[in-house]
Design a protein around this ligand. Structure first.
Ligand code: ADP
Ligand code: ADP
Length: 227
């Protein structure tokens, strides 16, 4: 059974059609990438799936088989935006546990769990460092770790490596695949980079921008490249 299903979703802002008749299905454990040029509606899709924006009337959204409003997804989805959003006054561990802490989980327990996860994210020995002492790639790994620690049904990653240089970005893609293969979480990864979408995705959804309208093309199924 799909974890999330969006059918004929549209979103209009005044005269602007941000998305138009978009459908997508995500099954548990998949890593699906969404690729498309700037302005094709990726952020709008992200906002709907993150529960921040309702699609227009006539759109159908289902979560784990039940029809629902986008707002109900707010508590079910963990998301990671393009900028790392680390708090500069908190060290690596305390940034990583932020989401759990806000949720009201025991801080000591969360810290212990984060400490155990550090090696996987290439952050061993950096637990007491502050964001300004880390490279861009390391900061994104802290943000990624925070998103993984927040045990939600669906992870939404919005261009998480977009601001990184090419080499760091390639390394981060491998990190993500390794971590994802270990944890088997359901991930939707949004990017404007076709190579990134093809490399990471079990399936790639291609969004295209046309003057005034946007359409989701048929999903492409690809073999995952062997690492
Ligand atoms: P992408 O993330 O792929 O660049 P967006 O979803 O941000 O695309 O935007 C798709 C279209 O919808 C663009 O033309 C954008 O200007 C418009 N748009 C997005 N959000 C809003 C908004 N809140 N108000 C008005 N127009 C918007
Ligand atoms: P890069 O694109 O190389 O990753 P950024 O544009 O993210 O770099 O960061 C520019 C500068 O801002 C860096 O010197 C970094 O130390 C600082 N910086 C960025 N994000 C944070 C943060 N969350 N907390 C503290 N400092 C930050």
């Amino acid at each position: 059974q799909p974890i999330i299903e969006l059918t004929s979703a549209s979103k209009t802002f005044g005269e602007t059609v941000a998305i138009d008749g978009l459908s997508l299905t995500i099954r548990p454990g998949e890593l699906v990438t969404v690729v498309g040029p700037s302005g094709c509606g990726k952020s709008t899709l992200f906002n709907i799936l993150a529960g921040l924006e309702e699609p227009d009337a006539g759109s159908a959204l289902r979560f784990e088989g039940r029809s629902c409003h986008a707002a109900e997804l707010l508590g079910r989805v963990a998301f990671m935006p393009q900028r790392d959003l680390l708090l500069p006054w908190r060290n690596v561990i305390d940034n990583a546990i932020l989401a759990l802490e806000i949720e009201g989980q025991n801080k000591k327990k969360a810290r212990a769990e984060a400490l155990k996860m550090l090696p996987e994210f290439g952050l061993s020995g950096f637990e007491t460092k502050y964001p300004n002492q880390l490279s861009g790639g390391m900061r994104q790994r802290v943000a990624l770790m925070r998103t993984f620690m927040f045990k939600r049904d669906l992870m939404l990653l919005d261009e998480p490596f977009g601001a990184l240089d090419a080499l760091t970005r390639t390394m981060m893609q491998r990190w993500l695949l390794d971590i994802w293969q270990k944890h088997r979480r359901t991930v939707l990864f949004i990017t404007h980079d076709v190579d990134e979408a093809l490399f990471l995705g079990d399936r790639v959804l291609v969004m295209t921008a046309r003057p005034g309208r946007v359409k989701l093309e048929q999903p492409v199924t690809l073999e995952r490249p062997r690492l």
